[in-house]
Each structure stands twice: as structure tokens, then as C-alpha cells.
Write a protein that binds this ligand. Structure first.
Ligand code: HAM
Length: 418
């Protein structure tokens, strides 16, 4: 049935067009290279997960409570499009037996994530992450290692002017007592907090610290800082991570209010921002340690640390700061043949493809129009085929820059184009 309106893309979801891919490819290549240099291996996990797995990430997490794409399949199974990769990577680490291999398992992943967020610049409903996870070790050296990977990736993507914010949010030994202190601090002002924060005061008071609503700000300044209330092991880890970052020459600032949106974090948490960005701007990469996540998923207790970077945001910054990537032309060679010579054109193209990328123009249009298309493709050479030349297996090879043209035997073309 004919429709009056063409069917457009889903809201908050974008296509990455060929003209944009070179920048994406450059930052993807940097990501894979840095990961490989640090001996991280690529893993690809499912985009659809059981909703339950994702919900274990934390019920007071926006990505779960408000933004999860949740659905039932035809068999009535409760499923979700993954909003982030860590829960699935930890699942795959156990299901795939990586817990039996060398520890820690060092893994990286590229892929789409889905969050039903309000779409705006830098925030999409389908977006792409570079995810790094080191699973199976409590060593603070790995916290510093994943931070060094994030910094290396952003620098090699051409973004060197960065701000790194760092904090420790303790563990289940020291955090409960701190949360009680935090509640005591906020309770006298409860009525002055906004609705979500009033609720969080009892359920998840840590999130009061990263609330951005103006009416909640005045009560933050003299709130107790968790880094003043860490237990012995958390305090040692906090010192070790900072010492390792200093030794690596990675600058950071301690943000005592940095607590992160996902509930599974313990100890180190961090976020990378473009240097000039205000606090409200979205992070380019963020992560931390999650020593309780495996257990929350029902697996044996296993520590881990990692981060995810947002490719969409990184590409936007690269484009805005003028990072240039030389894009290969769509085709090096355009084969232009007279009507009826499709077979010959296909054969000539096959010969030329031994050394070059080749596009054949099969459209019924004038030679001048075909030349204009070849130019738009960025072709360096055009191979012209006419009805009287094809039977002799010769063609005219035209150099688009100089305009020089010569008759060449088909079998000599690879040599001339090499
Ligand atoms: P996250 O902070 O929720 O952490 O997301 C990581 C990064 O993904 C953000 O810093 C941002 O660059 C990008 N991002 C998030 N949401 C969007 C969106 N709607 N549109 C575009 N980009 C977005 C995590 O996902 C954790 N799993 C990171 C982690 C790995 N922690 C430990 N291991």
C-alpha cells in the first residue's frame, strides 16, 4: 500500500554515513592498537541479554530504572538491549571459561549500547562504546592500567587536552558507615532536596553527591568526604592508584563528589572530560572498579576494573577540533563503457581490481555525465571502453589529474595502475 510519508529512523538513533566513517575508523583503530599494546584481547558479547542480568547492575541506576530497552520475546522471555557492556562481559568471562585462563583476563569490546535517554547532542539512544575490562585481580595497578589505556586512546585519537577526575567510593566494609554519616549530614535539609534526592537519601545516599539539580547544591559543600572514611585496604589502594598515575605522568584531580551512575562500583571511579568542559558536559570515557558485580550476577566473587569510552562523543570532539583523516577515494579507478559493453566492463574491472579499487558505471547516460560521476568518486584514473576497442581487448586509460590519455591493452592495465 502506498504511504504518504517515507519511513524515517527511530528517534535518538543515527546512521554513520560513509563520509563520517574515516574519523570513526581512526579512533577505532587507535582503540584497538592501544588495547593490543596492553595485551587486551577482543571479545564480542550479545547485544540482547536477559533483563535480569542487566537489572543486577543496580536498581537505582538510571540506565536500568529509567532508560532500559526492555521487552518480551515471542516466547515470553524478559530480555533487554544492553545499556552497557560490563555486565555481559562478566557473564561471558564465566560462561566462556575465561575464569579458568590466565588472570586477570584482559578484554576489550566495540559495540552498540542502548539507553532510552532524552536524545541531544552527544547523547543518543543507540551509541557506540569502546569497553575495556580487566577481570580477576584486585591489584590497584590495574586501575591505573585501564586509566592509562583510556588516556592513550584519547590522545591517539587527537584529543590531548583532557581533564581526568578521580575518586574512591570505598567498599562494603567502609561504605556503610560513611553512608550513615552522609544521611546524618543531609537529613536536616531533607525537605529542601528535590524528589529523587529525598528518596535517595534512604535508598542510595551516595547519588546525592552527583545530583546536578540547583536546589540540592548548597548542601554538598560541607558533606563528609568518603576518602576521609576509607578502611585500611581501600585507603592503601587509593594511595597506590594515585602513586601509579603520578609515576605514569597522568594528571588527575580528586573530585570527592564523583560517584558514577552505575551502582556496581567499589573503590576507584574516574571520568575523562575535554579540558575546557564545564561540569555539566558529558564524559568522553568513564569507569572504575566493580569487585561486587560478579557475585551480584550469581557467580563466584571476582574483582574487576574497566572503563567505557563513547565513540560518538569522541568523534564529535575530533571533528570540532579539526582532526583530519585522509579519506581514501570511493574508487581509484572508474570504468566507463558504452551501452551494451557490460560484460567487457566487468572483465576490465576484474583485471584492474588486482591492484586498485574499481567502480563500474553501468548507468545509461552520456560520457560527459559519466566523467562527472567519476570525478565525484575521487577516481585517479578512468578506463574508457568503446564498441570498436573492446573486441581488440584494448581500452583508453585517462589520468584524471593530468588529463593524459593512452591506449592500453587490458592485460597491461594492472602494471600501468600499480
Ligand atoms: P557509563 O559512564 O555509563 O559507564 O558510559 C561510558 C561512556 O559511554 C560515557 O562516558 C560516554 O562517553 C558514553 N555514553 C554513555 N551514554 C551515552 C549516550 N546516551 N550517548 C552517547 N554516549 C554515551 C559504563 O557504561 C560502564 N560500563 C563503564 C565501565 C566499564 N565501568 C567498568 N567497566
Amino acid at each position: 500500500m502506498p504511504r504518504s510519508e517515507p519511513i524515517k529512523a527511530v528517534r535518538g538513533v543515527r546512521d554513520i554515513l560513509p563520509r563520517d566513517r574515516p574519523l570513526w575508523r581512526a579512533t577505532e583503530r587507535a582503540a584497538a592498537e592501544v588495547a593490543t599494546r596492553f595485551a587486551y584481547q577482543e571479545i564480542v558479547t550479545a547485544i540482547i541479554e536477559r533483563a535480569e542480568l542487566i537489572e543486577r547492575v543496580g536498581e537505582d541506576t538510571d540506565a536500568v530504572a529509567k532508560e532500559l530497552y526492555r521487552f518480551e520475546d515471542r516466547g515470553g522471555r524478559k530480555l533487554a538491549l544492553r545499556p552497557e557492556a560490563t555486565a555481559g562481559v562478566v557473564r561471558a568471562y564465566f560462561e566462556g571459561g575465561l575464569n579458568q585462563g590466565p588472570q586477570p583476563a584482559r578484554l576489550y569490546l566495540f559495540g552498540p549500547m542502548f539507553r532510552y535517554d532524552r536524545p541531544q547532542k552527544g547523547r543518543y539512544r543507540q551509541f557506540f562504546q569502546y569497553d575495556i575490562e580487566a577481570i580477576g585481580s584486585t591489584s590497584p595497578a590495574l586501575d591505573a592500567e585501564v586509566i592509562e589505556i583510556a588516556a592513550g586512546w584519547l590522545r591517539e585519537s587527537g584529543i590531548s587536552d583532557l581533564r581526568l577526575e578521580l575518586n574512591s567510593i570505598g567498599d562494603n566494609v567502609c561504605r556503610p558507615a560513611y553512608l550513615e554519616l552522609l544521611r546524618e549530614h543531609y537529613r536536616p535539609f531533607k525537605d529542601q532536596l528535590h524528589g529523587d534526592c529525598q528518596r535517595r537519601l534512604e535508598t542510595n545516599p551516595l547519588r546525592l553527591l552527583d545530583c546536578k539539580v540547583p536546589q540540592c547544591q548548597p548542601f554538598k559543600a560541607d558533606a563528609p568526604r568518603i576518602t576521609d572514611h576509607l578502611c585500611g585496604p581501600c585507603s592503601e589502594a587509593w594511595d597506590a592508584v594515585r602513586g601509579l598515575l603520578d609515576a605514569a605522568g597522568i594528571e588527575y584531580s580528586h573530585n570527592p563528589y564523583l560517584v558514577r551512575g552505575l551502582d556496581y562500583y567499589t573503590r576507584t571511579v574516574f571520568e575523562f572530560y575535554p579540558a575546557g568542559a564545564t561540569g555539566q558536559q558529558d564524559a568522553l570515557a568513564s569507569g572504575g572498579r566493580y569487585d561486587g558485580l560478579a557475585e551480584a550476577e550469581g557467580w563466584p566473587s571476582t574483582p574487576g576494573v574497566g572503563f567505557a569510552g563513547g565513540f560518538d562523543r569522541v568523534v564529535e570532539i575530533m571533528a570540532a577540533s579539526g582532526v583530519e583523516v585522509i579519506a581514501a577515494p570511493a574508487a581509484d579507478v572508474a570504468v566507463l563503457a558504452d551501452a551494451g559493453l557490460e560484460l567487457a566492463a566487468a572483465e576490465v574491472a576484474r583485471i584492474c581490481r588486482r591492484v586498485r579499487s574499481v567502480a563500474v558505471d553501468y548507468e545509461p547516460k552520456s560520457l560527459a555525465a559519466k566523467m562527472r560521476s567519476a570525478d565525484k568518486l575521487g577516481a585517479r584514473w578512468v578506463v574508457l571502453l568503446s564498441g570498436d576497442e573492446a573486441p581488440r581487448r584494448v581500452a583508453r586509460l585517462r589520468d584524471m589529474a593530468s588529463g593524459e590519455q593512452a591506449e592500453v591493452e587490458w592485460d597491461q592495465l594492472p602494471e600501468r595502475l600499480a
